[in-house]
Design a protein around this ligand. Structure first.
Ligand code: GLN
Length: 275
């Protein structure tokens, strides 16, 4: 079977099951066949065993299971992170959070200290550790998520300390230059409206932000001042409609509050400097 024949069959499978991410067919083939995407159309004779493996993965994808969970990895900021259903799959939009921090924090010089709250796969803090060479800590309430984060730090050679903490609870009197968080921010009632890929497979612990989706912003903003050094900065990923609410929450303790949009032109990051 050649590429086009196999692609057509799998396109039908995806269509029947309401899977719109047709590009995933190519990504499955790339993974199984070990060739770059651009080379796929030139494949004239895919072996029966490769064809069967590709079909098996595609059939699993047709159940709406995200490809990242099937393959066990996801690319974030140019690096492959291990993922499983205990952690949110790193989103492309979250790369805007990284870019914002890299841009805003040049003035901290070396030996920055950074805390990531609700670290999940560790994608954010590991990327910052590797890009900035900073002194980094990631905390999460979920030990299964921390296991994934530790695996990723080891695999990518990042020096990050991970430990269990419900927000700031186990941080004692540690202080940081930067606190970053992509907390759960979906309104509880809206979770059922999310794509099947998200609501049926990703951990609700990492999505559910309470009645208005703001629970974790309220708690983190309330305590952040006790854990930030002078001139310290707080960076949040936010939902597309939360820029005003989160900026308002920050106004009392933070100044120079700014909002940054993601690649889809939605508000995605809010940050500010401790007063
Ligand atoms: N960005 C995720 C989504 O849209 C939500 C992430 C979060 O709640 N922190 O599904």
């Amino acid at each position: 079977m050649n590429y086009f024949e196999l692609h057509k069959e799998l396109e039908e499978l995806f269509e029947q099951n309401g899977i719109i991410e047709i590009a995933d067919i190519d990504w499955i083939m790339v993974q199984v066949l070990g060739v770059s995407r651009g080379k796929l159309p030139f494949l004239k004779d895919i072996s029966l065993s490769d064809e069967q493996t590709i079909k098996k993965i595609a059939t699993l994808r047709a159940t709406h299971k995200p490809l990242a969970y099937i393959l066990g990895e996801s690319n974030f900021f140019g690096r492959d992170f291990a993922v499983n259903n205990n952690v949110l799959i790193p989103r492309m939009d979250t790369e805007v959070l990284i870019e914002t921090i890299l841009k805003e924090c040049q003035h901290f010089g070396k030996n920055k200290t950074i805390l990531d709250i609700g670290t999940g796969s560790g994608a954010i803090i590991i990327t910052l550790a590797l890009e900035l060479g900073a002194n980094c800590i990631g905390v999460d309430i979920n030990e299964d998520a921390l296991a994934v984060a530790k695996t990723n730090a080891k695999k990518l050679g990042a020096d990050v300390q991970f430990f269990k903490s419900n927000l700031f609870e186990n941080l004692k009197s540690k202080k940081f230059d930067i606190i970053v968080s992509n907390p759960p921010y979906i309104e509880t009632a809206k979770i059922n409206e999310l794509d099947a890929e998200v609501k049926d497979f990703e951990p609700h612990l990492a999505l559910d932000g309470g009645l208005k989706g703001l629970d974790f912003y309220e708690k983190i903003v309330r305590d952040a001042k006790y854990f930030l050094n002078k001139n310290g900065m707080l960076f949040f990923e936010i939902g597309y409609n939360q820029a005003n609410d989160v900026s308002k929450l920050m106004e009392k303790d933070f100044e120079d509050i700014k909002v940054v949009k993601d690649y889809g032109r939605n508000d995605r990051v809010v940050f500010g400097k401790l007063r």
